[in-house]
Design a protein around this ligand. Structure first.
Ligand code: RI2
Length: 318
């Protein structure tokens, strides 16, 4: 494989995504698009073919960081598909422009989705959250702007405790927050009007791939009669699932679950750390996107409209 000279900022972004310093499907997508723009500005590729090859290599480097959130390849696809020109300068400008456009669309999509999700929430409702999703929080923010009062029960979300980020953001918005450990969720569901989660990928059959623990929460919510919605802008739709591919579930380091000393004290055990799980469509009430609210089973219609019958891989080495 050819060796490409990738700019330091691109390597830094790739590392930050891999270590989850930069996390959350939408945020990862925006940072990846920006990293491609920076690479385009900084590359000293001498001719159009070298420029294109470097950009493809940069996209591959970003792509390999985390496998589950489809917003990442969708962002790379958006930018690379708009890379056009017969000379390096024109190519460079096209990439920078596409990345800026992508960022604007991302922001607008989240705002529009927030308005739609907010319509599902009533004044005085209590929500339960899992992990930290900016798409989900956009719905709460819009509901508050509509003058509704919302309370939140926030699941801690082991092992990385992203529930703490949600708790902090909700407090900044003035929402009363009760933090609980994950295993307390079912006990509190009777006090909840809506479970509100985000998504890393949505499959063509309406399955929702989100932070580990979402599927158990959804089953419990259904059993308790509490509606559950996922807030997911359309960059979370996984085009490859249209042609039968499944979504890879990221397995992360066991050190996120248990420290080495405790593990040694316990004795010989295996430790596994899947970052995501799959909630079947029958346990999800609605998928809220910037293009409207969908019953999970009908999301395939929107996917076909946006992606046709599948997706290409513009980062492939030619
Ligand atoms: P937004 C996160 O994954 C969570 O699973 C969250 O629900 C999802 O991304 C979507 O986040 P991780 O990056 O795009 O914390 O809504 O592993 O911000």
């Amino acid at each position: 494989m050819a060796d490409y000279d990738l700019a330091d900022p691109l390597e830094e972004t790739a590392e930050a995504i891999a270590t989850m310093e930069v996390r959350g499907a939408a945020t990862i997508a925006g940072e990846a698009a920006d990293a491609l723009a920076t690479q385009a500005r900084e590359t000293d590729a001498a001719d159009p073919e070298a420029f294109r090859a470097t950009m493809r290599a940069a996209a591959r480097r970003l792509r390999e960081t985390r496998p589950t959130a489809v917003s990442l390849p969708n962002a790379l696809r958006y930018v690379l598909q708009r890379m056009a020109g017969d000379d390096v300068e024109t190519l460079r400008e096209s990439v920078v422009r596409a990345a800026a456009e992508f960022d604007r669309r991302l922001e607008r999509a989240q705002e529009d989705l927030g308005q739609i999700g907010a319509n599902r929430l009533q004044d005085g409702d209590t929500i339960m959250t899992h992990c930290h999703s900016t798409d989900a929080l956009a719905c709460v923010e819009a509901a508050l702007e509509q003058g509704k009062e919302i309370d939140a029960i926030v699941k801690e979300t082991r092992p990385r405790k992203q529930g703490h980020i949600t708790a902090e953001r909700l407090r900044e918005l003035g929402v009363p927050v009760t933090l609980i450990v994950d295993s307390a969720a079912r006990r509190y569901l009777d006090e909840v009007d809506h479970v509100l989660v985000g998504a890393d990928s949505i499959a063509a059959d309406g399955s929702v791939i989100n932070k580990i623990g979402t599927s158990g929460l959804a089953v419990n919510a259904r059993e308790r009669g509490v509606p559950i919605m996922t807030a997911a802008q359309t960059i979370k739709l996984h085009p490859e699932t249209l042609t039968g591919h499944t979504v890879e579930i990221e397995m992360r380091d066991e050190a996120e679950v248990i420290d080495a000393e405790t593990r040694a004290d316990i004795g010989e055990i295996a430790v596994e750390n899947p970052a995501f799980d799959v909630t079947p469509p029958r346990y999800m009430d609605a998928i809220v996107t910037e293009s409207g609210q969908f019953p999970p089973e009908s999301i395939v219609t929107l996917m076909r409209e946006l992606f046709g019958e599948g997706a290409d891989e513009p980062w492939a080495e030619s």
